[in-house]
Design a protein around this ligand. Structure first.
Ligand code: KIV
Ligand code: ZN
Length: 497
């Protein structure tokens, strides 16, 4: 029988500590509900004593999210524990997560204490939390740099005091995978009462090893993993939920499983990214825009012959509709033929050879070849006829004004104008575009990224829209982000039409 790995999500606590990622209570509830639907076992909803906003969010999440355990963080301080309990009062299943630094750095320079006094404080905090709740998790902050013998004494003492879960954080992301694995194994073999608690990993990604360390932790006996969606968190972030869940799911030989519904990973990732205003790097494992995109000829040919030649994960398993084959100068005939077939062109071998030469000429001049380029090359539709051009854009928005946008599009030579309103100038302009094109489109992804840091910077805008179950991608770069956003939207819409 495989063991269950408990997934402890800390997106709303460690993830939310990132500057600029702060959410209001309504947004936190939305994320918590999405995490509940995703199937995580524990949600760390906040650090209640840290601010009235955090306190209120833990209260509200506790009221509406009923399946997972709701957890509140505290220091090893009585007042923190009392406040956490108050914030958790409505939770159906509640956990207090208390702890203290155990590394020589923390003991000497942060806490100005001694190893023995730290054990006393740890035990006292667990016992105090136990007065309020049955489920008490203890964290040994900076366990990654804590001597294993001493750590084992701390763990044994807090389990004896009643801790149900003991968290071994690699707070600074220092450990190598083998080192972290050995640490967990040492605890499993040397803490006499270890079977009375669950050992948890909590890894940070400062050396890019958070996922590897977490998996080593599991292989050596940990049965809870502390993770965040998209790996967001302090500095280089925390272990990402999607990476651990999919590593376990893809490696059927591992003796463990999670109860996360992986088909909701992509949706949850996009929700967290947009609410926290934290763009996902395109090559991010599992959830990056390019995670299932193939661009070299050899790979495209291989994927078209059998997806598993170059994909270890079926995109449907993480809720992505299809892998994408990007047509560039590096694409081969197989990818071109595949795309042309989808567009309804059946070419003989000779026709395809000729077409391929013209395709390469164009691909050398234009990086990405889209469907309308292929149609123009096929001679059915001239490129200029097919294009939709944003001719004019005028927006009215401000603090107390209803955002309104007027958009003029040139479609097949005709100028068409519409005015729309929305919850902001971009939403208003998208409404106007939708009125002109008269198609039902659903915005799936919308990402604005600055290229450098200045306010005069170019904004890159990526848009993904859905129409009749198919996804269309649009891009633009402009110093005016509203214009850039509308251009990217129009770019995507052009592909539908
Ligand atoms: O990284 C860390 O040590 C933490 C603890 C507070 C659990 O986030
Ligand atoms: Zn942390």
């Amino acid at each position: 029988m495989n063991d269950k790995i408990f997934v402890f999500d800390t997106t709303l606590r460690d993830g939310e500590q990132v500057p600029g990622c702060q959410l209001n209570t309504v947004e936190k509830i939305e994320v918590a509900k999405a995490l509940e639907a995703l199937g995580v076992d524990i949600i760390e909803a906040g650090f209640p004593i840290s601010s009235p906003g955090d306190f209120q969010s833990v209260v509200e999440i506790s009221k509406v999210v009923t399946q997972p355990v709701i957890c509140g963080l505290t220091r090893a301080v009585e007042k923190d524990i009392e406040v956490a309990f108050e914030a958790l009062q409505y939770a159906k299943r509640k956990r207090i997560h208390t702890g203290i630094g155990t590394s020589p750095y923390h003991i000497k320079y942060k806490l100005n204490s001694t190893p023995e006094k730290i054990i006393e404080r740890a035990v006292a905090a667990v016992k105090y939390a136990k007065k309020y709740v049955e489920d008490v998790e203890f964290y040994a902050e900076d366990a990654g740099r804590t001597d294993n013998e001493y750590l084992a004494r701390v763990v044994e003492a807090v389990i004896a005091a009643g801790a149900t879960v003991v968290n071994i954080p690699d707070t600074t992301g220092y450990c190598l995978p083998t080192e972290f694995g050995r640490k967990i194994r040492f605890l499993m073999e040397n803490v006499t009462n270890v079977h009375k608690a669950v050992i948890s990993t909590h890894c940070h990604n400062d050396l890019g090893m958070a996922t590897a360390n977490t998996l080593e932790g599991i292989l050596n006996g940990a049965r809870q993993v502390e993770v965040t969606m998209n790996g967001i968190g302090e500095r280089a972030g925390n272990t990402s939920l999607e990476e651990v869940v999919m590593a376990i799911k893809s490696h059927k030989d591992l003796p463990v499983f999670t109860e996360v519904n992986s088909k909701l990973i992509s949706k949850t990732s996009r929700l967290v990214s947009s609410l926290m205003r934290m763009p996902i790097q395109p090559n991010k494992a599992i959830v990056g825009r390019n995670a299932f995109a193939h661009s070299s000829g050899i790979h495209q040919d291989g994927v078209l012959k059998n997806r598993e030649n170059y994909e270890i994960i079926d995109p449907h398993d993480v809720g992505i509709k299809e892998s994408s084959i990007e047509l560039t100068a590096r694409s081969g005939r197989a990818a071109l033929k595949h795309r042309l077939n989808i567009l309804g062109y059946k070419l003989t071998k000779k026709e395809l050879d000729e077409f391929y030469e013209r395709f390469l000429d164009l691909a050398d001049k234009k990086k990405d070849i889209k469907d309308d380029d292929l149609q123009a090359l096929a001679g059915n539709v001239s490129h200029s006829e097919k294009s939709i051009k944003l001719e004019r854009l005028q927006v009215l928005s401000g603090k107390s004004a209803l955002p309104v946008a007027t958009v003029a599009l040139r479609i097949n030579g005709d100028l068409q104008v519409a005015t729309g309103s929305g919850n902001g100038p971009i939403d208003a302009a998208f409404t106007a575009v939708k009125q002109i094109i008269k198609r039902k489109v659903h915005l799936e992804e919308f990402l604005i990224q600055a290229i450098t840091r200045g306010s005069d910077d170019l904004g890159k805008v990526h848009v993904q829209i859905e129409n009749r179950g198919k996804l269309y991608y649009g891009f633009s770069a402009n110093t005016d982000i509203i214009t850039g956003a509308v251009e990217a939207f129009v770019d995507a819409v052009t592909k539908i039409i």
